[in-house]
Design a protein around this ligand. Sequence first.
Ligand code: NAD
Ligand code: IPM
Ligand code: MN
Length: 355
Amino acid sequence: MTATTSRKRIAVVPGDGIGKEVIPQALEVLKATGAPLDFTILDWGADRYLADGTTVPPDGFVTLSGDFDAIFVGALGDPRVATNIHAKEILLGMRFKMDLFANVRPVKLLDESLCPLKNAQPADIDFVVIRENTEGVYMDMGGYFKRDTPDEVATQEDINTRKGVERIIRFAFDYARTHGRKKVLMSDKSNVMTYAGGLWQRVFKLVAAEYPEIQTQHMYVDALCLQMVRDPRSLDVIVTNNMFGDIITDLAAALQGGLGMAASGNIHPGRTSMFEPVHGSAPPIAGKNIANPMGSILTGAMMLAHLGFTAEAAKIDNAVFKAVQEKKTTVDVGGSLGTKECADWIKNQVLSSRA
Ligand code: NAD
Ligand code: IPM
Ligand code: MN
């Protein structure tokens, strides 16, 4: 995308728990960049669900796609909603019903002090996970037989379509090509899940042939977990299914300083896409001004870059980098600032970089 001066309309869903603290702070940082964004705050989340039973209002997804250029989400999940139905309908609803098939989760270490691995340097941890976002076990297909009896059987289907697998693998190769990455690693569990894995393996080979300049590699997902800890430097672009992508990106978040640092985008090229930090609503720390806002702030930068505001995005990335260097951070990453104070520092840094 190229930079544009036309204003962009952003739907904002702060959601639940710490989402309601970190998102307003991230919005302040986004505003400080001067990018021409108009924000519309939507109250989708547990409070609304508990008040009037609404998860997604009628035509909610049609409105998101039609009236907005991007969506900025905090987190969804609240202990008062034991079924988690609102989170499922809102968050997974956006991913599935808006067909946001590529979940892009960059993994970048900003400073040695943030990494739990011994002697790991920033240059050692710089890769991206491309997670399939609309299929797999997340499709909610399955059922019970003889429920609540000693003979109960539960099934949970793992759906892999040829079109779905092909488009996410192609997205990963295109991402590598356009971001100057050299290698795409496909990860599955094809030694056990032979049918789904077989499809992924065949499609990976076919698509790879169209990108001769990109190296390819395959790793079983268990071995990949070992590799992520033992030799993360060898990783570049990883493409994998929905469930494995979910699991490995929490491990990947730990490599860059924890869930408070991790950003993501849920993308369908050419359509309204959704950006959210990787972390959840973290109920135990909600409302205490201690949650790390950097994951959301970096997510905001990803959204800006996606909308074509690459210079503004870079200002945020640089300000966060500086905050980490100067320990102007929350306690989870070794600083002593509160959520608001950390975000304010970053905002002021962005403002001074505009001057
Ligand atoms: P979580 O990400 O909320 O918390 C996991 C751990 O990371 C906790 O120790 C928490 O304190 C810490 N943490 C997370 N974000 C942090 C931040 N910004 N700063 C500092 N520490 C942070 O995951 P969970 O506890 O498994 O889930 C809590 C709720 O969130 C559940 O309802 C879950 O379903 C939901 N959830 C939502 C999303 C989402 O909306 N995208 C993602 C994950 C979990
Ligand atoms: C994530 C979360 C979600 C997922 C949950 C909250 C449904 O863990 O975005 O990583 O499993 O995708
Ligand atoms: Mn997750």
